[in-house]
Ligand binder design. Structure first.
Ligand code: PLP
Length: 394
């Protein structure tokens, strides 16, 4: 079946049993059993094999997990409380005294903070590498995991997934990827060689900005340590979030199509604006990561980043505050357009970061793209006028 059809028909077994098109939302903390034998059987299985206590999930959780594993073309899926807990479960499961974890340097900021503040305490050594670097020489005998995010959060550099997987797999090292930007519809992580793929379903997958959820996919073997870690640490998802995510999944393909066409239209228009120095979006032919994007992705719905022409703090604020259709907030992937100042975590500590480029992250929502361009045009106009008047007074 084509993925568009799967999105509609996946996870409807219990719906059929309930004479409904939607599966029931099963909320429970306590799972009960008819016999001692059934109870013992459930306790023997892996915690994610079937219900045994609320933390291991209800039928709602299992339906979403099965549907998402199918969409990601792999064996299994674990739902966690949010995208960050999915990431920390993968990292935590591969951490330990004497172990070495290698990460791409543009990972989502809180991923980096977790490594620096929490993993360091476990005796794990953590190292970051930049886009374009050959990881072969960075892999060590004690490297337990290579964790990448492509494109990088905020700075949008592309990583060569195939080359990274080949180098790591030659040494038997697991590769995990934060695949939130691509979703399984635009980024076939496992086919490219990724062992463990992590999604903040909070973003496009749910798409309605009303919940937090993480999803981890891979083979049973690749996820066995992560399952054990989630079980011991209580990283599990609430059934309500799983049910809503299942609802969001049904429209993922059509939403992504619209996000993609609008993001491209707005990005191309921004490239023509004098106050915009650069648009960092690998789907654009002019982007340095475009060739890699073409070889690894089948689409791009954003978000993307723009670099504004050098300007004062005040003019920068005038631009952000001058937007009315773009709300100022740190998320993305929902129905609504969002803007935020982008301060990439891996560039914060660099000398001279006070003069760092004026980066702005945009998520293009489902509004009309011309309305969005008009909104950006008036904010850029206000900013330009502010900058010009500041210059004439100095
Ligand atoms: C790329 C990426 N990964 C993970 C996360 C974390 O997701 P959550 O907010 O559900 O913890 C985010 C959130 O912004 C993100 O942008």
């Amino acid at each position: 079946m084509h993925i568009d059809t799967l999105l509609i028909h996946a996870a409807r077994e219990s719906a059929g049993a309930a004479n409904s098109v939607n599966p029931p939302l099963v909320r429970t903390s306590t799972t009960v059993f008819d016999t001692l034998a059934a109870y013992k059987q459930a306790q023997r299985g892996l915690v994610f094999d079937g219900p045994r206590y609320g933390r291991s999930g209800t039928s709602t959780t299992y339906e979403l997990q099965r549907a998402f594993a199918t969409l990601a073309c792999t064996e299994t899926c674990i739902a966690t409380s949010c995208g960050l807990s999915a990431i920390t479960a993968v990292l935590g499961a591969h951490a330990g005294p004497g172990r070495h974890i290698l990460l791409s340097d543009g990972v989502y900021g809180p991923t980096r903070v977790f490594c620096e503040k929490e993993l360091a305490l476990t005796g794990t050594s953590v190292e970051f590498f930049a886009a374009g670097v050959d990881v072969t020489s960075l892999l060590r005998d004690n490297t337990s995991l290579v964790f990448i995010e492509t494109p990088a959060s905020l700075t949008m550099e592309m990583f060569d997934v195939g080359a990274i997987c080949t180098a790591a797999h030659e040494r038997g090292i697991v590769v995990a990827c934060d695949s939130t930007w691509g979703t399984p519809l635009f980024f076939d992580a496992h086919k490219l060689g990724i062992d463990i793929s992590v999604h903040a379903a909070t973003k496009f997958i749910n798409g309605h900005s009303d919940l937090l959820l993480g999803l981890i996919t891979g083979t049973l073997d690749a996820l066995s340590a992560v399952r054990a870690y989630c079980d011991r640490s209580g990283a599990h998802a609430a059934p309500d979030a799983c049910w809503l995510t299942m609802r969001g999944l049904r429209t993922l393909a059509v939403r992504l199509e619209r996000h993609q066409s609008s993001a491209l239209a707005v990005a191309k228009w921004l490239q023509t604006q004098p106050m915009v120095q650069r648009v960092l979006f690998p789907a654009l032919e002019t982007d340095p990561g475009h060739a890699l994007w073409l070889s690894q992705f089948s689409g791009a719905a954003g978000p993307f980043t723009i670099e504004l022409a050098p300007c004062s703090e005040a003019a920068f604020a005038r631009f952000i505050d001058g937007l009315s259709l773009f709300s100022l907030g740190t998320s993305w992937g929902g129905f609504e357009s969002l803007v935020m100042p982008a301060v990439p975590h891996h560039l914060r500590a660099l000398p001279g970061s006070a003069d760092a480029p004026r980066l702005v992250r945009l998520h293009i929502g489902l509004e009309d793209s011309q309305d969005l361009c008009n909104d950006l045009a008036s904010a850029l106009f206000v900013m330009q006028a502010d900058e010009a008047s500041a210059r004439s007074h100095s």
